[in-house]
Design a protein around this ligand. Structure first.
Ligand SMILES: [Zn+2]
Length: 509
């Protein structure tokens, strides 16, 4: 079912690649660099090498691990690692030898498959690395590892059995096909616009297709899967508990595409393909064809998401409209909105101020008067303050889209931001992260109450997910690989860029 990964088109100068990999895998950097990955060709087949100072492995699409020397740095691939949750709490932010990296070959091959945008080398931070000087926080994500890659996956309502939490996992690329299946679209016809099968599959084992009149996808950005389920079980998240009482959640959640960052995975969630096909490689990347840096995950650029999508990619909104003409769709506070009938980003595109999402600032309610805020002290965090306003505005838009059953969208997708803000600010299990869950849950309860008043809740299939997980950095583990990389490449007079940082492009100034 999976489309073949295409080999990288360009090969970097081998001297530069060797020098950069040697520098980045130096034992001196092992506290901050977990893995270094780069694409190679193995007898004409695309492959990826994953290296550390104490070992390297070559991965191919068939799942093979060919150890090149030392020990395999991604030997453990169990997507259900660190479950039950006590196991994660007992060893948070683990070192490489104790960590797990689900599906490393397929995910890395997709990451390196875009000929114009994939870097030559990916540098993966250790979970403990604290790098505020280049945008890092107490809570971070982006790694290939299981906890940063573990988003929740919960389905509920029409067509779903009330099985509770089960030992299973999905992938973020499975979300689009599962939403389409829930909306009654034939799974076998779920191809991209270029006629290729999607990378993800519909979870037909969890949801009966077309069982409800309506489908609602909820994205809680950066929601830590196990802590979400833990708080729901403890009675702290009544909205989630209500969905769970009428549905099923996968303990292993949805494994994010690599890198486990926001825009890469929002795009995978809503298109069903990995970054090598949709082209949104990260929150920032370099486009060699355009000769410039692209920053898709920014307040000023979200509304332009359609600009970055590669040809052949279709959003769930486009696929549903093609399969079931006349089906209305709504897309709230989500960048990847192409084809939706009602969309926040469309309002921003239409706004005369032409300042991107910032242009709607005046239309958002003030944070201080939010009815959903656990603790006004959290508003001292600028991101949390903004997220509170965005999510309150999101609830208003969702309720407006659902003003009546007659006008209701067949498929609505609603992204929430506050969970990402809370987890970045304090890391998983911190007071502010848990309050961000409570805030999001109050908005969910308000929306479920709204559906109850319309008398339509039982006719809705819900899917709640996220784009990535989170781990806590250790504020004593600091430093940068930039000086080592610079020192290794300067003698060769080969220019390079390190975007992110972590996406290394050799030969590009
Ligand atoms: Zn995110």
């Amino acid at each position: 079912m999976t489309a073949p990964a295409t080999p990288p088109v360009r090969t970097p100068d081998p001297r530069a690649l060797d020098a950069a990999v040697a520098a980045l895998t130096s034992e001196d950097l092992a506290g901050i660099v977990d893995l270094v990955a780069y694409p190679v060709s193995a007898e004409g087949e695309p492959a990826v090498v994953v290296a550390r100072h104490d070992g390297a492995v070559r991965l191919t699409a068939d799942g093979a691990h060919d150890v090149l020397f030392g020990r395999d740095p991604v030997a453990h691939t169990d997507p259900l690692a660190f479950l039950p949750y006590d196991a994660e709490i007992a060893e948070p932010s683990p070192p490489n030898h104790a960590n797990a990296y689900p599906d490393p070959g397929r995910r890395l091959l997709s990451f390196f498959a875009d000929p114009g945008r994939s870097p030559d080398i990916a540098v993966v931070h250790t979970p403990r690395h604290f790098f505020p000087e280049t945008g890092g926080h107490r809570g971070e994500h982006g790694s290939l590892d299981v906890i940063q890659s573990r988003a929740p996956f919960l389905v509920s309502g029409a067509g779903v059995l009330p099985d509770g939490v089960v030992r299973d996992h999905a992938r973020t690329v499975d979300v689009a096909p599962t939403l389409l299946h829930a909306a009654g679209v034939d799974v076998d016809q779920q191809l991209d616009a270029g006629g290729l099968p999607l990378d993800g599959v519909a979870r037909t084992d969890l949801v009966t297709g077309g069982a409800g009149r309506f489908v609602i996808g909820l994205l809680w950005d950066g929601a830590h899967c196990s802590d979400l389920l833990h708080l729901a079980a403890a009675g702290e998240l009544p909205g989630i508990a209500r969905l769970l009482a009428g549905g099923v959640a996968l303990a292993g959640g949805a494994v994010a595409e690599f890198p486990s960052v926001t825009l890469c995975n929002h795009t995978s969630l809503l298109t069903g393909v990995g970054p090598g096909r949709h082209g949104v490689l990260g929150n920032v990347y370099y486009d060699r064809e355009l000769g410039r840096r692209i920053v898709p995950n920014d307040e000023t650029t979200w509304h332009r998401s359609a600009d970055w999508l590669r040809p052949g990619v279709a959003t769930v909104f486009e696929t549903l409209a093609a399969a079931r003409p006349g089906s209305r769709t709504a897309c709230i506070n989500e960048a990847v909105d192409r084809g939706a009938d009602v969309s926040t980003m469309a309002l921003i595109r239409a706004s005369s101020e032409l300042r991107g999402s910032g242009g709607l600032d005046a239309a958002m309610p003030p944070a201080e008067s939010s009815a959903y805020l656990s603790d006004v002290a959290h508003l001292a965090d600028k991101y949390y303050r903004w997220a509170t306003r965005v999510d309150d505005a999101g609830l208003m838009q969702a309720q407006a889209a659902w003003a009546s059953v007659a006008e209701a969208p067949r498929l609505m997708w609603w992204s929430h931001v506050v969970t990402d803000a809370g987890h970045h600010a304090g890391g998983p299990r911190s007071g502010i992260a848990r309050d961000s869950f409570r805030d999001a849950d109050r908005r969910l309860q308000a929306f479920l109450d709204h559906l109850d008043r319309l008398g339509v809740t039982d006719d809705v299939t819900f899917l709640l997910t996220a784009d990535h997980g989170f781990e806590s950095a250790d504020e004593s583990v600091t430093g940068s690989w930039a000086p080592s990389l610079e020192a290794a490449l300067a003698p060769l007079s080969i220019p390079y860029r390190d975007e992110g940082p972590g996406f290394v492009y050799l030969g590009d100034a």
